[in-house]
Design a protein around this ligand. Structure first.
Ligand code: HAM
Length: 422
């Protein structure tokens, strides 16, 4: 009997060799600067109580109203696969009382997120983010740190062709004043019931509507930037000044709307020009009411989430990744049974010194093993046979130009470390 093959569910992103090495590298670069800034790992469940997202992220968002993977578990509880990371971090901060300790609570996370979107290039139903959250201090310098850490992550990957859009959604007072005028403006528009319902929950959502008729109807709508309170104006200009000093370029975009409802104050998005429609490579902002809405005390917070899948695509579009950069340094070909244990021991020793070392396995003839060495992309190759073992000398071959040099096995580690550091 032949079984049918089973395929991955539609629209998930997955990474297998060789591209998985590039994915891993990009993910690690993106978060490396946040780690250097004292943000600590938070490892959280990928499923949570559905109420966490409906209350935390907001009922009017597409993410909650259309895109959640929600199901009943065996105990009849409503469970949702996490569509984003901030609500879960806040839940855990409250649950573990981290907000009673040193502030700000500074954490980072990395993992899979789930949104039932229509799949296309750069938009997946399971995708990967790295993110950070800093909770408990309201200071424009912290906003600037967070934004510059995201920017530094993109720079670590080597990205150049991206832009930072930034705006302020103001404090509660600014938003309340704006809301009065915005709701009055929207009331005069002819809208279908579904759109009216969305606007009733969060009128800002209409700025994000992709339909041409809504876009043109909203062209003259009042903008939040004209309603910012004195404090919000002062805070926002401080953030921009810090960014200037940090040499982080930005474009103030007062019509920017993020897809999640918890944002307040500084809000931002990074957009890459090589990605077509799915150009958002990361975004974030302040969320000063979130902790309270989730049953905690009233503390402010700010953070970002960066899309690892999209940053990988962006890096490829800028020609930044070469397979060589993920290949081994040395490939060892043992010849004959006696050489195998010597090769295993030598490889373990070299790896312990940080030299990426692979072995040929199986009893292949030298020609086949050389092909494997070539395919591995390793920078150097040695053959370890009886004569090499008895003389304690190997021929170190550089694969790029075929040049060889004789090296004593006892100094092979030093020779490789020296040449790899060049
Ligand atoms: P977000 O803008 O919804 O923010 O997502 C952050 C990033 O995740 C996006 O810029 C994009 O690169 C990536 N992303 C989102 N959806 C998909 C998808 N379907 N396929 C591939 N990549 C995707 C948040 O999630 C907030 N929690 C960020 C944050 C943290 N704000 C404050 N703290």
């Amino acid at each position: 009997m032949r079984y049918e093959k089973i395929q991955a569910p539609k629209g998930v992103s997955e990474y297998v060799p060789p591209i998985s090495s590039a994915f891993e590298w990009v993910r690690d670069q993106l978060i490396s600067q946040a780690k250097n800034a004292g943000y600590q790992l938070m490892e959280l469940p990928v499923f949570e109580d559905t109420a966490l997202f409906s209350r935390g992220v907001g009922e009017s968002t597409d993410v909650v109203s259309k895109e959640m993977y929600t199901f009943e578990d065996r105990g009849g509880r409503s469970i949702t696969l996490r569509p984003e990371g901030t609500a879960g971090v806040m839940r855990a901060v409250i649950e573990h009382g981290l907000d009673r300790g040193q502030l700000p609570v500074k954490v980072w996370y990395s993992g899979a997120f789930f949104r039932a979107e229509r799949p296309q290039a750069g938009r997946y139903r399971q995708f990967y983010q790295v993110g950070v959250e800093a909770i408990g201090v309201n200071d424009p310098a912290l906003d600037a740190e967070i934004i510059s850490l995201a920017d530094a992550g993109f720079k670590k990957v080597g990205l150049k062709n991206y832009r930072l859009d930034i705006t302020s959604l103001g404090d509660a007072q600014s938003r309340a004043a704006h809301k009065v005028d915005l709701v009055a403006f929207i009331d005069k528009l002819e809208l279908d019931d579904a759109t009216k319902a969305r606007a009733a929950i969060n009128p800002l959502r209409l700025f994000d509507d992709k339909r041409d008729e809504i876009k043109s109807a909203m062209a003259d709508a009042p903008l939040l930037k004209d309603y910012l309170s004195e404090q919000s104006t002062k805070d926002f200009s401080a953030v921009l000044q810090y960014l200037d000093q940090l040499n982080v370029a930005y474009v103030v975009n007062p019509r920017m709307v993020r897809g999640l409802d918890y944002y307040t104050g500084t809000t931002f998005e990074f957009v890459h020009e090589g990605l077509g429609a799915q150009s958002g490579i990361g975004g974030g902002g302040r969320y000063d009411g979130l902790m309270e809405v989730l049953g905690g005390q009233s503390l402010s917070g700010i953070g970002f989430g960066l899309g690892v899948d999209r940053v990988l695509l962006a890096a490829q579009s800028e020609g930044l990744l070469t397979q060589d950069q993920f290949s081994s340094d040395l490939f060892i070909i043992p010849l004959g049974e006696g050489a195998k244990s010597a090769a295993l021991v030598l490889a373990a020793d070299l790896r312990a010194a940080g030299i990426r070392t692979e072995l040929a396995f199986g009893d292949r003839a030298l020609k086949g093993a050389m092909k494997a060495a070539d395919k591995s992309g390793s920078r150097y190759v040695i053959v370890l046979g009886e004569s090499e073992i008895s003389s304690s000398v190997v021929e170190l071959k550089e694969m790029a130009d075929g040049s060889t040099s004789s090296v004593k096995i006892e100094v092979l580690r030093e020779v490789l470390l020296e040449s790899l550091s060049r």
